[in-house]
Every structure is written in C-alpha cells, then in structure tokens.
Design a protein around this ligand. Structure first.
Ligand SMILES: NC(=O)c1ccc[n+]([C@@H]2O[C@H](COP(=O)([O-])OP(=O)(O)OC[C@H]3O[C@@H](n4cnc5c(N)ncnc54)[C@H](OP(=O)(O)O)[C@@H]3O)[C@@H](O)[C@H]2O)c1
Length: 288
C-alpha cells in the first residue's frame, strides 16, 4: 500500500442512533491490558501511546468495557486522552464479571449493571456515556430485566444510547420492545461469519454492526486467495481482512485491537484499501 499517513476517515462514516456520526474504523481497547486481559499492561506508556496514536490517525470510536483488566482499559483511556477532544466516542460495556485472568462470568442483574455503569462513568470521567452496551446475555436473568436496567440508565441521562453484544436476532427484537438499540457487537471476520444473519438484520434496520475479533482466524488459508489479494495491493492479510469487512456492509464498524503503535498504524491504513468487486467476491466465496 502507498506509504501516506494512515487516516481512519478513508473508511467513511456511519451514524449511531441517527444522530452520532463516527468513522467506520474504530479501536478495540481490550488489548491494552495485561495477559489474559487481566491487570495492567506490560508497558503502560506504550498502551497510552497506542490510544493517542489512534486519535492522531483519525480514529474517533473506541470500544472498551469495565471488565477489560478489569477497570484497567477504562482507566488508561482516561489517563491518556482526558480531557477528550470533541467528536470522540467512547463506547463501553457492562454485564461480565472477572473472577481471574482469562475468566469471564455473565452478570446481567439490573443492580449489577447499574453499579457497573456508575463505575465506568467514574473511571472514564464522563457525565454520560455515548454508547453503553450489554456485554452478553446472562442466561440466569431475563433479557428484559437487563435491558430494562439500561433503559432506566438512559432515562436518567447516564447513558445516551444502548447497544447489545453477543446476541441473535430474536434477542434483538425482544430488546427493541423495551429500548431503542443502536448497535450490535458480535464476533465476526472474513474467517468467521456465523453472525451473517445478525449483520444483515442490522443493515436492514439501520443499526451499526461492530464486529469483535475482526482479525481472528485470518491468515494463509487453503485457497491462498487472501495472500494473493494482499500481494496485489502491497498489503498484508490482516489489512485485507479489515478492507473486506468495510466492503461487506455500510453498517460495519470494525474495532481491531492491538497493544502496538506499529500495528495500529497498519490497521488504520486498511481504511484506504479498496478491494475490487472481483476480489471481494473471491474472498466471500473462499469461505470462512
Ligand atoms: N463483545 C465481546 O464479547 C468482545 C469480545 C472480545 C473482544 N471485543 C472487542 O473487540 C476488540 C477486537 O477484538 P480482539 O482484540 O479480541 O481481536 P482482533 O482485533 O481480531 O485481534 C487482536 C489480535 O491481533 C493482533 N494484531 C492486531 N493488529 C495486528 C497487526 N497489524 N499485525 C499483527 N497482529 C495484529 C493483536 O496483537 P498485538 O497486540 O501484538 O497487535 C491481538 O493479538 C477488542 O479489543 C474488544 O474491544 C469484544
């Protein structure tokens, strides 16, 4: 790829909930914590440099969660970026507890979600969270109760918009009976398309689809297609995977995660990578 300064604005924009515009290439801030997404990062200054570089490169959507670290990712975001520049959207999530490194436990009880949201507001030094997402559905708690708690937080002005994560379309329909939902965050990549029906639903209904793990499973495949497309553009396979996501749907808002400034630059550079229709189709057909 040409070696101009990477610029997230090359990905274009989408609008969250009809009134909040963000660039379509964001940053997932889970990887700026310690191993197992637990504790502080090995290099705190590098983690903050990654966040600052994201903004320099035009990224204006950062995804985080109270459970990343836990608390570490949100604290680092505030430490590195507060006071926040206008137009920066920090989306966070609640609904997962962390009993230890690499361990995640759903907790969708209304009282927990309220406490989690209050903690995020404090750590992020915000009076209102632009986008607050239910991290996952807790099988022990009726979805209506968890979403109802987010609706209350929205009514109180603590959160501006509600998103869901790790859901299917039936759950989305149920949640929408209670509160407007502006985004869905599910696992999705060129190599993992189980959430295709949810993505298509989001596109039809005007919700943003935020694929987590957008680079997962991407690499040399049996077909050699992704490597060939990457070579044709002087890019790497991960950049092609991001470009494919951006081309897949105008509702798509990828949030690649990294702990490295160099990787951040590579990932944002993918915003300018345009696949031909033929390349897009070949990657689609190559299958996950
Ligand atoms: N809602 C959910 O349940 C959920 C679950 C998981 C994640 N998420 C969110 O989604 C975001 C993205 O997911 P993810 O971080 O798990 O997966 P990802 O973005 O697909 O991949 C991140 C991994 O790829 C590596 N990487 C990134 N850019 C690279 C590059 N240019 N070259 C080589 N390696 C590169 C990173 O290592 P380096 O650090 O070395 O770059 C890291 O190990 C997270 O940060 C988080 O915000 C949400």
């Amino acid at each position: 790829m040409a070696s101009t300064t990477p610029d997230a604005s090359a990905a274009g924009t989408l609008t969250l909930g009809g009134d909040l515009e963000v660039r379509r290439l964001g940053f997932g801030a889970m990887r700026i914590t310690g191993e197992g997404i637990w504790g502080p990062p090995a290099n705190r200054e590098e983690a903050k440099a990654v966040l600052r570089r994201a903004l320099e490169l035009g990224v204006n959507f950062i995804d985080t969660a109270d459970s990343y670290g836990p608390e570490v990712s949100e604290e680092l975001i505030a430490e590195a970026l507060h006071p926040y520049p206008g137009g920066l959207v920090i989306a966070t999530k609640g609904g997962l507890k962390r009993p230890g490194p690499g361990r995640w436990e759903p907790d969708g009880r209304p009282e927990h979600l309220r406490e989690a949201c209050e903690g995020s507001l404090q750590r992020l030094r915000l009076e209102r969270i632009d986008l607050y997402q239910l991290h996952t559905v807790d099988p022990r708690v009726p979805l209506e109760d968890s979403v109802g708690a987010l609706a209350d937080l929205r009514d109180e002005g603590k959160i501006a918009r509600v998103g869901l994560s790790n859901v299917d379309t039936a759950e989305l329909e149920r949640a929408r009976e209670i509160v407007p939902v502006v985004s869905v965050q599910n696992r999705y990549s060129v190599a993992d398309r189980d959430s295709d029906p949810v993505l298509d639903w989001c596109e039809r209904q005007g919700l943003a689809f935020i694929p987590w793990g957008p680079l997962r499973g991407v690499g040399p495949d049996g077909t050699g297609v992704i490597g060939r497309v990457a070579d044709a553009h002087g890019a790497n396979e991960l950049q092609v995977a991001l470009a494919w996501l951006l081309a897949r749907s105008p509702a798509m808002l990828p949030i690649p995660g990294t702990s490295s400034v160099e990787h951040m630059e590579e990932n944002v550079a993918a915003a300018a990578l345009r696949l031909s229709e033929e390349e897009f189709g070949e990657l689609l057909a190559a299958g996950p």
